[in-house]
Design a protein around this ligand. Structure first.
Ligand SMILES: [Zn+2]
Length: 133
């Protein structure tokens, strides 16, 4: 998979996240997140069902990959999170953290996010993401 215009080390982490996303057992979305600090992996997470969609509203159905990674990370302050989404047909999808995850990342002191898009990737400092403007 080719991710244009990305630094080699970022390419490496995002490619790892793409490979991990492909292993997601979530029936609808395949998303994975990797938290990296100082060139080392702090933790990884794959999205998964938390509840049966028949029992709760859509909002409470899934654990997002970012949530899972943060729960396992311990101290994630200053880290970068790499988030990848693979569509059911095997293409890259938009994996920009949702508002709930942006808030969670900010709370845990994560500094930057890098995510896949349909055409490659996007990246931003957490503090300058949409909900904080
Ligand atoms: Zn989210």
């Amino acid at each position: 998979m080719i991710l244009p215009m990305i630094r080699p080390y970022e390419h490496r982490w995002l490619t790892n996240a793409v490979n991990l996303a492909e292993m997601s057992t979530h029936p609808q979305w395949k998303v994975a997140a990797i938290l990296v600090k100082g060139g080392r992996v702090l933790s990884m997470g794959v999205n998964r069902y938390r509840n049966s969609p028949a029992k709760v509203g859509l909002e409470g159905v899934s654990y997002h990959a970012e949530e899972v990674a943060l729960k396992r990370a311990g101290d994630a302050s200053g880290a970068t999170i790499y988030v990848a989404r693979v569509t059911r047909s095997g293409y890259l999808g938009l994996a920009k953290p949702c508002e709930k995850c942006q808030e969670l990342l900010e709370t845990h002191g994560v500094r930057r996010a890098v995510w896949t898009t349909q055409h490659g990737y996007g990246k931003q400092r957490i503090e300058s993401m949409s909900i904080f403007r």
